[in-house]
Design a protein around this ligand. Sequence first.
Ligand code: FES
Length: 371
Amino acid sequence: MTALSRLLATPPSASGRSRHDLMLGLVDAAVTGMWAVSAAVRRPAPPPDGAGLLTLQVIERRVVARDQNVVALTLAAEGRSPLPPWRPGAHLDIHLPSGRIRQYSLCGDPGVQTSYRIAVRRIPGGGGGSIEVHDELDVGARVQTGGPRNAFPLTVPGYGSPARRLRFIAGGIGITPILPMLGLAQRMGVDWSMIYVGRSAESIPFLDEVRRFGDRVEIRTDDVHGVPSAQDLIGDCLDDVAVYTCGPAPMLTALRRLLAGRDDVELHFERFAAAPVVDGTAFTVTIASSGATVEVTPEETLLAALQRAGVPAPYSCQQGFCGTCRTQVIDGANGVVQHRDTLLTEPERAAGMMLTCVSRAPEGGHLRLDL
Ligand code: FES
């Protein structure tokens, strides 16, 4: 089987479960966010360790942005045995030595069966995951990984998408899920173009790999051209097009506003982090282990409030799809939890589980959490 036929033979979402972005309420339904996560990707050898995790070793580490702040890691199993297949848009859950779990898009070639590649931007002042990757994961280090899972699948025109062409829009490290999509679109002979934006040429990774696609790719940096408008990002591709984009929140928001109401445009996007809270109200929680009370404001997530108060609370995606922040509600005095995820099952909800990164309580509500 060729690399291309292998790619096409692997379903984009083996579980078939779709997840809908709660932010969609903000804009017209013509714009769609893609949150289809495959939870049951086919897994050949090597067998998973422990709870479905694979232990992989860093076999190569390379700086891929001129400002030195982005490293690409190549990961392989012992003996270079074949790894579970993946399609463009997939990510790995990386279980870091500290216990943090972070998700990084696969940005290598899906046709390579014996290794995965991820790339990580160093983010000082973030949650610490990227610093740990940069400082701790040298060649030879071992990490446990979950996945691959695909929350951002590419549907190719002529092979499931009614669009006639593809427009890729990448902002900075947002190139990582897009890069394998370019290779697939090119191999399939699809009409595609891309704009790749960032603060400066020094800050954006994989310039060499992107430039090999020639005129199909426009590289635009803020220091030379100014900050692009949504129209600049879309260009003149506004008919029968499927847009795939990953980048900073303001860029995605601008694109969603521009494309609201366009029935003839598909918008598929992936976020770096949590979406803004929509229609939130104030409530309080009590931490069962300490008795401390934490007030959650309308603008912040419960997880953010816990972090602000110094309450240890696990998290990973911050978008309600990985389940890392799953927490038991011991009791809720003033009403039921407002579940804003599509991960938990009804029995789990009935048993009092909630995801602190997206779910909340009603106005004035109070929850007691098993933390
Ligand atoms: S952190 Fe992933 S679901 Fe909450």
